[in-house]
Design a protein around this ligand. Structure first.
Ligand SMILES: Cc1cc2nc3c(=O)[nH]c(=O)nc-3n(C[C@H](O)[C@H](O)[C@H](O)COP(=O)(O)O)c2cc1C
Length: 145
């Protein structure tokens, strides 16, 4: 069965990101051709990237937090990113989380559910650029609230 992760985009206490992730899961779970699990980046308490070499050279890194995050993300076939807009981009937390990854995401697929004053569109466009570098195929259509 195809495994899809619904990935939160914010670690802010009281964040909407987790609520939106649950809403996405409630709708997605009506499908029978894939499983949908929430992956909350806050659970991984990732520090700002602190490995000696990039994930393209040493996937999973040296540190336990990098390995835990790498193993988690590697377990999925595709991703729905819940995208909060911070200063016309994605959150620093999501960018940092993605900076820990490379082969875990390669040749996989992603979609977006975003929110913000212009539907989080600016954040999604930035995220598309980052995911292109990580060799993720991102779907054109997205949900913007
Ligand atoms: C540092 C910061 C910057 C923000 N910048 C934007 C912005 O550029 N555009 C926007 O629409 N909302 C912006 N917001 C509002 C957030 O999108 C809004 O608070 C949203 O609920 C944040 O997502 P979260 O609840 O999942 O953390 C910003 C909020 C913060 C804390």
């Amino acid at each position: 069965m195809t495994k899809i992760a619904i990935v939160t985009g914010s670690v802010r206490p009281g964040r909407k990101s987790l609520e939106v992730a649950h809403w996405v899961q409630s709708i997605a779970s009506k499908r029978s051709d894939a499983t949908f699990e929430i992956v909350d980046i806050a659970d991984f308490e990732l520090p700002v990237w602190d490995e000696a070499v990039p994930p393209s050279v040493k996937p999973g890194g040296e540190k336990p937090h990098t390995k835990a995050w790498s193993d988690k993300i590697a377990a999925y076939d595709g991703y729905v990113f819940v995208v909060s807009e911070y200063n016309h981009s994605i959150t620093g937390a999501l960018k940092n989380a993605l900076d820990h990854l490379k082969p875990e995401l390669e040749n996989k697929a992603a979609g977006f559910v975003s929110y913000g004053s212009v539907g989080g569109a600016r954040a999604v466009e930035h995220l598309r650029g980052i995911l292109s570098e990580l060799q993720v195929a991102h779907v054109r259509n997205s949900v913007a609230m």
